[in-house]
Design a protein around this ligand. Structure first.
Ligand SMILES: N[C@@H](CCC(=O)N[C@@H](CS)C(=O)NCC(=O)O)C(=O)O
Length: 223
């Protein structure tokens, strides 16, 4: 059994979606980000970076893995799925996975901070990160114009990683107008039953104004 430490955020959804796709049994331990549970000493022993997600593989000597990209690779290699073994095909998937880890994730994360959570509105910062996100979406658009899935072959962990972030374009205040291939791919991946199930983990509170709650929780987390 795999134990998943997560919260209702894109980096967390990557792993619950992958676990659902791979049909691996898992239990969910929700981490209260706004209460800074992710900085507690017990959790730092699992993820020294004090962030979600992390997993413990209880079927493999209680092996702990942190960093969502590393977790995706671990799960794909454990099952032999969603990451090809042929050298070039594998490299293509890892290239797009790194593009998410080093580009789309951090830029959308900062767009969210300045557009949604920052108590003062700094137009230069909002504009800078939203423009960079849009530029990265245009890179994806060109790739997806020629390929059904992002790495050029089959559906892979690169699609899972990128979808989990890109599907939140509206929350980052970035539009996808004029990017029909990106839209087609967002719908295609978003319709997969495992993606729908994984995106609902952990269930977020369904009461009151969810957007307001997310902003308040984001502000507490940033301190
Ligand atoms: N590079 C890390 C980023 C993880 C990350 O930033 N997680 C956010 C949620 S999406 C988090 O835990 N934030 C809480 C905090 O910053 O204390 C990964 O991909 O696992």
């Amino acid at each position: 059994m795999i134990e998943l430490f997560t919260a209702a955020t894109p980096n967390g959804w990557k792993i619950s979606i992958a676990l659902e796709e791979l049909a691996l049994p898992y239990s969910v331990r929700q981490i209260a980000l706004s209460k800074l549970e992710q900085k507690e000493e017990w959790y730092l022993k699992i993820n020294p970076n004090g962030r979600i997600p992390a997993i413990i593989d209880h079927d493999n000597g209680d092996f702990a893995v942190f960093e969502s990209g590393a977790i995706l690779i671990y799960l794909a290699e454990k099952t032999g799925r969603l990451l090809p073994t042929e050298l070039k095909a594998r490299s293509r998937v890892l290239q797009w996975l790194m593009f998410q880890m080093g580009g789309v994730g951090p830029m959308m994360g900062q767009a969210n901070v300045f557009f949604r959570y920052a108590p003062e509105k700094i137009p230069y910062a909002i504009d800078r990160y939203q423009r960079e996100v849009r530029r990265l979406f245009e890179v994806m658009e060109r790739q997806l114009a020629a390929h059904q899935y992002i790495a050029g072959g089959d559906y892979s962990i690169a699609d899972i990683a990128l979808w989990s972030w890109a599907a939140g374009f509206a929350w980052s205040g970035v539009d996808i107008d004029g990017l029909p291939h990106l839209k087609r791919w967002l719908d295609l991946v978003g319709a997969r039953p495992a993606v729908i199930r994984g995106r609902a983990v952990p269930p977020s509170a369904d009461v009151g104004d969810k957007d307001k709650q997310t902003v308040e929780s984001g502000r507490k987390m940033l301190g």
